[in-house]
Write a protein that binds this ligand. Structure first.
Ligand SMILES: Nc1ncnc2c1ncn2[C@@H]1O[C@H](COP(=O)(O)OP(=O)(O)O)[C@@H](O)[C@H]1O
Ligand SMILES: O=C(O)C1=C[C@@H](OP(=O)(O)O)[C@@H](O)[C@H](O)C1
Ligand SMILES: [Mg+2]
Length: 179
C-alpha cells in the first residue's frame, strides 16, 4: 500500500461516482490511505456547512436546493489542490456538475448490482431518496434510469461486488496508471 505514497503527486482530482451504496465513501477513505492527498466527502461537507443532515436538508429545503449545493461545492473544489472526492450518487445527473468534474479531474465509476446495493444500504436511513423505497425493485429501476449517464461520463469503471476495498483501490490505481 505505502508503495504509492512516496513518489506520487496527483495532478488532478479523482472523482468517485456511482449509485448509492456502490462504495464511493468507503473507497475514498481507503484511497486516502494509499495516496498522499486529501479526501473530500461531498455529502459530509454539505451537511457540515448547512448544519444539518442530508435527510433534513431534503425535508426542509427540497432536493433541488441540495443539488444547487452540490454544484456550488464542485465549483469551489475545482479551485482546490488535487484530492479524492467522494460524490453523492446523484451529482453527475446534472450536466453542469459533470463539466466541472471533467475539467479538473478523472471520473471513476463504481458499480454494484441492485442486490448488493440493497444489502449494503438496507439498514441505513441517511439516504432520503431510498428511505420510502427501500427494496431491490426500486433500487434496480432507479439504477437503470441513471445507468447510461454514469457510464457516459466515466473515465474508468470498477465493479465492486464481492471485492474488498483494497482490491477495488488497486484496480482503480492500475486503471488510472497511478503506481
Ligand atoms: N466493497 C465493499 N464490500 C462490502 N461492503 C462495502 C463495500 N463498499 C462499501 N461497503 C459498505 O456498503 C455501505 C455503503 O457504502 P458507502 O461507501 O457509504 O457507499 P456510497 O458512498 O457509494 O453510498 C457501507 O456500510 C460500507 O461499509
Ligand atoms: O443518489 C443520490 O441522489 C444521493 C446519494 C447520496 O450519496 P451516496 O451516493 O453517497 O449515498 C446523497 O448525496 C443523497 O442522499 C442523494
Ligand atoms: Mg457516500
Amino acid at each position: 500500500m505505502a508503495k504509492y505514497s512516496n513518489n506520487l503527486e496527483l495532478n488532478s482530482h479523482i472523482f468517485l461516482i456511482g449509485f448509492m451504496g456502490a462504495g464511493k465513501s468507503t473507497i475514498a477513505t481507503q484511497l486516502k490511505k494509499m495516496l498522499p492527498v486529501d479526501q473530500m466527502e461531498m455529502d459530509e461537507t454539505i451537511a457540515r456547512e448547512e448544519g444539518m443532515s442530508i435527510p433534513d436538508i431534503f425535508a426542509k429545503h427540497g432536493e433541488s436546493y441540495f443539488r444547487d449545493l452540490e454544484t456550488t461545492l464542485l465549483k469551489d473544489l475545482s479551485q482546490c489542490s488535487p484530492m479524492i472526492v467522494s460524490c453523492g450518487g446523484g451529482a453527475v445527473m446534472r450536466e453542469e456538475n459533470t463539466q466541472i468534474m471533467k475539467q479538473c479531474g478523472r471520473i471513476v465509476l463504481l458499480t454494484a448490482t441492485p442486490e448488493t446495493v440493497y444489502e449494503r444500504v438496507k439498514d441505513n436511513t441517511d439516504r432520503p431518496i431510498l428511505n420510502n423505497n427501500m427494496n431491490v425493485d426500486y433500487i434496480r429501476s432507479l439504477m437503470e434510469k441513471r445507468r447510461s449517464r454514469y457510464e457516459s461520463v466515466a473515465d474508468i469503471t470498477v465493479a465492486t461486488d464481492g471485492k474488498s476495498a483494497e482490491e477495488i483501490c488497486e484496480e482503480i490505481l492500475s486503471a488510472l496508471n497511478i503506481q
